[in-house]
Design a protein around this ligand. Structure first.
Ligand code: ADP
Ligand code: ZN
Ligand code: ZN
Length: 740
């Protein structure tokens, strides 16, 4: 008899267990076991039952065979990992730093199987010609229920169980009895839970314009030659990028392959999804965290069985197991939400490119404001650069004004609206056109500080400023600590303490004061907590139920509002002062996108950017909608400062209660990598030095190439394991961080 052994990754996320364990496959299981399955095994000295994933099967084992334990059973109610996903998980583990089980869970966003939904039907199984005689027999015996059911079956051939029981009032015993007589059959049909009702009425397909057509011709040729590239599609909002995605997907489907479309979670709206369903009908589905477990599992199955051609979703949708993946589209590829905030801190763009390479698929990255990384790759030829330079519908670019808030103050205007913005708001209200006011901060007001000495009220457990809430209390958004608002400054005793910063509620209140006739809708974290509220606010605005929409960055994405002809950015600087090397890039992106909201219909738009730093290149270039000028400035800044993408960066983060121990470990870790000819900065306090009484430190490691940084990470991981550091410190790695 042949023997079989399995390498198993135990389903416990502990660094000490981050290796494969060998088990014997019992004979009875040999024909059923597969790589990727979840199994139950006896584990540890106590032989406690544990689940794990099979990552390899082999005929031999390196250990004393008599000591190798047997697998207990295959876990059938869990989703297995496709074998190519195991390879991808290993790649993620190596490149971002995590345990194998964390990486496996990343590539398996749907883990549990959920019972399928089923409908029962009753089917006639005698020849119709024998029907009348049978019917007569039932009547003569006064079997009225049977007669009723048979008559219906003779009419329709097949009816639902529901119709039989509810409309025809047929009992189960009647059905059972007729089934025994061989008259009918009860059949169960499984169906998929539908994650939403999207319109599938086919819309007329646009004739591509010349630029779009050229790109699609190139894509088709490459695709048919199996020359799978990564394309970066750069085009301003409204230039017809989505139309290009649709056409490319169509080519892919024609070849019998499938496509994954990633969009930022926030943009996953009815409007976006229907663009796809109107083109591809029911062969489109979505996958996101708002779906129920059953809905998620069903979409997973649909993809796995090839019952859909297109899956749309945020970052995690990348891992749907299509049988024959042809294309991954990443819309708004510059978005920060494509980077995972949890270990492994992977970037969906990088993983998508790896996955596509493994499965023979192409990648299209699209953005009006490509990330500096991607644009660099496009310029150096790693990606194929595609540019759409015109708006698809002949709309003119909006007129942009930059308003210097310092000048406003000098002129005696203390309002949060500049004179020009006020004038334009008044004009639009008169004309019955709509306005969007955009702000990148939430809450009624920001932090609380002393006007006399400048002291900022901070949480005693975290190095973070507390936020004033309208109930008169100060709260820490990191640990939940709260206290009443102070009357005097704890530093100097001054009574002049108050809130600064701008919140959406404050803007709303100011609008009502200055424009009492205006109807205002507000969209921020607070008004969008409920499911679908995001969608409801946007459609109310779109239906003209309000004149002005005030919101945080959420309002700059997704929707097209034909009647919006004025966009105001109230304080463009806020994102500029973030302590982050991407602050300039993020500001440029937000401003460009906000500006792109104006004048999407037939009427021309105007944009007012209010700022304290009108000379900053991010603001200047965004006002001109000049991505290339922005890129030139930004890349030279990154190069000068040795930031990504010119240099690669690895952040080693650790936190713990014991400050002295943390300091000691971080110093030692810095020493471990100092011999590797890398640029090592720190250890130093993290952006927030303490959160929830946990001290936090970071080491920044920089280098020109990525591979050496991965080696540094590997060396640190070994050192951490050897010295059992993780017993009382949390340590993680972050490559090229998105929000430090
Ligand atoms: P983007 O994704 O770049 O913002 P869209 O693909 O949404 O741009 O296109 C903007 C608008 O122009 C949409 O209303 C779309 O239907 C329309 N559009 C795009 N391409 C064409 C075309 N070739 N002919 C006519 N209308 C088009
Ligand atoms: Zn003070
Ligand atoms: Zn706190």
């Amino acid at each position: 008899m042949e023997k079989l052994y399995a390498d198993i990754i135990i389903n416990i996320s502990h660094e000490a267990l981050d290796k494969v364990f060998a088990y014997k496959v019992p004979f009875s299981m040999i024909k059923d076991i597969r790589v990727g399955q979840q199994v139950v095994v006896p584990f540890g000295r106590s032989n406690k039952e544990q689940t794990g994933y099979v990552v390899n099967l082999s005929r031999t084992v390196d250990y004393d065979e008599s000591k190798v334990k047997e697998i207990l059973r295959i876990e059938t109610d869990h989703v297995g990992v496709e074998s190519n996903m195991i390879e991808l998980a290993a790649w993620i583990r190596e490149n971002y730093g995590s345990t194998m089980i964390q990486a496996l869970k990343t590539v398996l966003p749907v883990q549990e199987k959920v019972a399928r939904k089923a409908r029962k039907y009753i089917e006639l199984c005698i020849e119709k010609v024998h029907g009348p005689a049978m019917l007569d027999e039932y009547f003569s015996k006064h079997y009225v229920a049977k007669a009723r059911l048979l008559a219906a079956l003779l009419d329709y051939g097949k009816i639902s169980w529901e119709m039989a029981s509810k409309d025809l009032k047929i009992s189960k015993s009647t059905v059972d009895s007729m089934e025994r007589e061989g008259i009918l059959h009860v059949v169960t049909e499984y169906y998929y839970r539908n994650p939403g009702e999207f319109s599938i009425a086919k819309a007329g397909v646009h004739v591509l314009n010349e630029q779009q057509q050229e790109l699609i011709d190139e894509f088709r040729e490459d695709f048919l030659r199996e020359d799978h590239k990564t394309y970066l599609l750069h085009g301003i909002t409204g230039s017809g990028k989505t139309e290009v995605y649709l056409a490319a997907i169509e080519e892919v489907i024609k070849q019998g392959k499938q496509a994954i479309v990633l969009i930022p979670e926030i943009a996953l709206t009815y409007q976006t999804v229907t663009r796809f369903t109107k083109r591809f009908g029911e062969r489109v589905s979505i996958l996101n965290s708002r779906l129920s477990k059953g809905e998620r599992y069903d979409q997973w199955l649909r993809a796995q069985r090839g019952d859909v051609d297109v899956i749309i979703g945020p970052r995690s949708a990348l891992f749907v197991p299509f049988p024959n993946l042809g294309l991954i589209v990443i819309d708004e590829e510059h978005e920060g939400s494509y980077k995972s905030e949890q270990t492994p801190k992977y970037h969906a763009r990088e993983v998508a490119i790896k996955k596509a390479q493994m499965e023979g698929a192409s990648v299209i990255l699209g953005s009006a404001t490509p990330s500096v990384e991607s644009y660099k790759h496009a310029l150096d030829g790693t990606y194929r650069l595609w540019e759409l330079t015109k708006r698809a519908k002949e709309a003119v670019l909006p007129q942009v004004y930059i308003e210097d808030l310092r000048e406003e103050l000098k002129a005696g205007n203390r309002s949060m609206f500049s004179r020009r913005l006020k004038e334009l708001i008044k004009d639009r209200l008169n004309k019955g056109e709509q306005i969007m006011l955009f702000l990148n901060r939430r809450g009624y007001a920001g932090f609380v500080s002393c006007r006399s000495c400048g002291h900022v009220m901070e949480c005693p457990h975290c190095d973070i400023s507390m936020t004033y809430h309208r109930d008169g209390r100060l709260r820490c958004h990191y640990c939940g600590y709260e206290q009443p608002m102070l009357k005097v400054c704890p530093e100097c005793g001054s009574p002049y303490i108050g809130t600064f910063g701008l919140g959406t509620q404050k803007v709303e209140a100011a609008l009502y004061k200055e424009f009492p006739q205006a109807k205002v809708l507000r969209m921020d974290m607070d008004t969008t907590k409920r499911k679908n509220s995001h969608e409801q606010i946007l459609s109310a605005f779109s239906d003209g139920e309000a004149d002005i929409l005030v919101g945080t960055q959420m309002i700059v994405k997704g929707h097209d509002f034909a009647n919006v002809t004025l966009v105001g950015v109230l304080a463009a600087d806020l994102s500029l002062h973030a302590n982050d090397y991407r602050a300039g890039e993020r500001t440029f992106q937000l401003l460009t996108q906000a500006a792109g909201r104006a004048g999407r219909g037939d009427k021309p738009g105007e944009v007012v950017i209010q700022t304290y730093s009108p000379e900053h290149y991010s603001i200047q270039t965004a006002a001109k909608q000049d991505y290339h000028a922005f890129y030139k400035e930004e890349i030279s800044y990154r190069s000068l400062m040795r930031y990504p993408p010119e240099w690669q960066m690895l952040v080693v983060f650790a936190s713990g209660e014991d400050k002295a121990w943390l300091d000691k470990v971080m110093d030692a870790m810095a020493n471990v990598v100092k011999h590797m000819d890398l640029m090592v900065i720190g250890p130093s306090e993290a952006g927030f030095g303490k959160i929830n009484d946990q001290y936090r430190k970071v080491i920044y490691i920089k280098n020109k190439d990525y591979e050496t940084l991965v080696k540094a990470k590997n060396r640190l991981e070994q050192w951490i394991d050897l010295n059992k550091i993780r017993k009382n410190l949390l340590v993680n790695f972050d490559f090229n961080p998105m929000n430090s």
